[in-house]
Design a binder for this molecule. Structure first.
Ligand code: 13P
Length: 338
């Protein structure tokens, strides 16, 4: 394992307030996003949409440190024949790759999921490395419900995350480890805290057992929020305080960076929460973003599949990227939203 190379990549992913654009929607998920704007999902429309994002010069140069790609995208070329990965590297950003094969129903555990994708992963990582990937992502899904999650679900998912992370580091690829505690449900913010703590504790125990080099990893967690169907919603300050409290207890200081998922939060909530945490400060890790929806909802809508909307869609993406870059430094304020 080349520890120095891994550390350098991990550091670059969270430096100077920069964060990650999660553009790794699977073919099924991007179809859902395109359905919402009445655009047919084809290889070309997916390419056009993502090319538009990666050509948003200001965002890519100043605010986005890396982009998580889907298998199709890492192999795709822009309309003029330039590989999409080259658009990303030309802007000084890093290409990354989603390598899990999705969360599947867990046998014997109704309502729970286990993420697949370890078989053949060593070979796939070596191919992705040759295609330019500097980091990877694997997402585990943890649902909260009565009596859930089970210990079996936490153990199986964090064990897979640790085996994935070890294989990534062998291939000189920084693993983003993502144990996502899902927001759906009527649970309280305290229950989210409890489950997230259990997931992170299991995760760092498994990463230790598999000999993963924490300085060469990035954590991608959920924030501690109230279940979406709970009528009582924790406010911005409470979310920020509880999330930091949980991480101080559960995330080792050796981890260089934590990049949040947005998970269905509104664009503004995702930004405001990140900003509030960085305003509290005194953190041993960099705290930034790896948003999918909270970076793409606005440009997706502005684009709506029409070439004449590219400039306004790029402006919408640039704006969200800049707002989150400010939030990652604790210097955002609501009146900058315009
Ligand atoms: P969201 O920010 O839309 O949750 O997506 C981030 C991601 O990559 C989830 O795996």
């Amino acid at each position: 394992m080349n520890k120095q190379a891994l550390e350098q990549i991990a550091h670059a992913m969270v430096t100077n307030g920069k964060g990650i654009l999660a553009a790794d929607e699977s073919t099924g998920t991007i179809k859902k996003r395109f359905d919402s704007i009445d655009v047919t999902s084809t290889e070309d429309t997916r390419r056009d949409y993502r090319e538009m994002l990666f050509r948003t010069d200001e965002a890519m140069r100043e605010h986005i440190s890396g982009v998580i790609l889907f298998d199709e995208t890492i192999r795709q070329k822009a309309a003029d024949g330039t590989p999409l990965t080259q658009l990303i590297t030309d802007a000084g950003s890093l290409p990354g790759i989603k390598v899990d094969a999705g969360a599947k129903a867990m046998a014997g555990h109704t309502g729970e999921m286990v993420t697949e994708g370890l078989d053949g992963l060593r070979e796939r990582l070596s191919e992705y490395h040759a295609l330019g990937a500097k980091f990877a992502k694997w997402r585990a899904v943890i649902n909260i419900a009565d009596g859930l999650p089970s210990t079996a679900c936490l153990t199986a998912n964090t064990h897979a995350l640790a085996r994935y992370a070890a294989l990534c580091q062998e291939a000189e690829i920084v693993p983003i480890v993502e144990p996502e505690v899902i927001m759906d449900g009527a649970h309280t913010v305290e229950r989210c805290y409890e489950v997230t703590s259990a997931a992170l504790t299991a995760l760092y125990s498994q990463l230790g057992e598999q000999g993963v080099y924490l300085e060469g990893t990035i954590l991608k967690p959920n924030m501690i929020v109230s279940g979406t169907q709970n009528p009582v919603q924790a406010g911005i300050e409470q979310v920020a305080e509880m999330t930091l409290d949980c991480f101080h207890k559960c995330v080792p200081q050796a981890v260089p960076g934590i990049v949040f998922l947005s998970g269905g939060q509104s664009d503004l909530d995702a930004t405001a929460h990140l900003d509030a945490m960085n305003k509290i400060g005194g953190l041993p890790w960099k705290l930034s973003f790896s948003y999918g929806r909270a970076l793409q909802a606005a440009p997706l809508k502005a684009w709506s599949g029409k070439p004449e909307n590219i400039a306004s869609a790029q402006a919408a993406f640039a704006h969200r990227a800049k707002m989150n870059w400010l939030a990652a430094q604790g210097t955002w304020s609501a009146n900058l939203e315009g």
